[in-house]
Write a new protein. Sequence first.
Lengths: 259, 269
Amino acid sequence: MSESVVEIKDLWVSLGHDFILREINLEIHRGTFLGFIGPNGGGKTTLLQVILGLIKPNRGEVRVFGRPPGHHKNKGLIGYVPQRAFADLSFPVSVFDVVMMGRYSKIGLWHKATIEDRRQVLEILEAVEMAHLRDRPIGHLSGGEQQRVFIAQALASKPQMLLLDEPTSGIDSKAQGAFYGLLGRLRKELSLTMVLVSHDIGAVPYHTDEIACLNQRLHLHGKSTEVLDGNGLKKVYGCEVEMLVHGKIPHRVIGEHRD
Amino acid sequence: MIEPFQLGFMQRALMGGVLIACLCSLFSVFVLLKRLSFIGVGISHSAFGGVALGFLLGMNPTVTAILFSGAIALLIGFINRQGKLHEDTAIGIFFALTMALGIVFIGLSRRYNVDLFGYLFGNILAITRGDLVLMLVLAPLVFALVISLFKELLFLSFDEQVAQVSGVAVSPVYYVFLLSMAVTIIIAIKLIGIVLVSALLVLPAATARQLTHNYRSLVLYSVVIGVISTIAGLILSYKLNLASGATIVLFAGMLFFASLLYARLKEGR
């Protein structure tokens, strides 16, 4: 088994009075594409933010690249694409400017972007197939295009791990296939460890190596291929998953967890 | 047109005004992008407490106001970053408390002949040579500081969390920004007044925003609009014998509505 980039032992996190994460034990290995699925309020975003060092746990041990989360030596090693209600349409920056922001910490305080920084930004824009729109104001792009730009921003500091929070919300289902294709390609080309959080349990198992079901507790963790056969769903999620037909679109629904 | 500026006090008002306009307009860009206009109001009103403290202690009111409002700015920023109390609640509380403290300080100082009206609404006649020297020293410093942190401020205005994760020193940059804003507000209140200075921290960029989609031109247009408003406001206030601060703010407001109209017409074309 390859080396762990994230190690979490007995993690408990409360926001307000209630624990939103309980007894989480998890290892993420280098090069893995892990998908977290689970209901809203299940703690998916909180777990990402703990890994990023944005939220301090109440209890437990978390190591990211062998160091505590938020450690200054981890800066630039993790790219983060948060869940957004999409960019403020009025923010006066171009696609190129947005991606360049991702390099600011590398450029450093008091310094200006060099030709090399501009070259790297263009390179990453080409990788996400957005170079042709580089001069467009960010607010003039579609949801899917904006999301590609935010991924480019997260990748601009050349991180080793990319964390994505609900990256497909706001992208129409046609564009979602291409979007996952892009993630798969980037992961191979840049040798990235990827962690994706989504409530879209239909698509995630098809595009990730491993999935984990998070509803305050971690009910997983298994190979996505095992999950794809009907029995695996229940076994790996540790919860009831049923197919429901609502209108013309089938949905998978996660039932109550039995702890 | 230049006749008013042959008078000494008008020359000082013009020099001070242009410096203040440049600074306030630069800040207005981030006030617009990070939606800080209410913080501007909170900090400027806290200056009343700071000025009154100066009267009470028998110290230079500008110095006590810089220290007092600087502390309040940091406190509002700290509460905002803790996330336990809503920012607008914190500002609403400090806004009222510092004004109340100011009134108590004035009462305790037993000095009722001070030019409070001048501090509240601005008085260009009150700009002394000393004030101008202070502006000439502080304004370039603050301007250079904000320009040197420009890219970090841009990123944290766009997405603070992502900026932090990517390694930008978000908290120090934010506190330095708030402190610089407090200094700017204090050196601007002699000209514009406590009540109106926050308008100059909003209007230039709000007007410029109607004219551009690019942040670089936004900065340039804001500064030009701020300087034009200040010079035109000073001339008009002299000619019409009106309060300088109010005239500057009203002129800036007029430009804002003109820019809205321009943007609407351009859209419709």
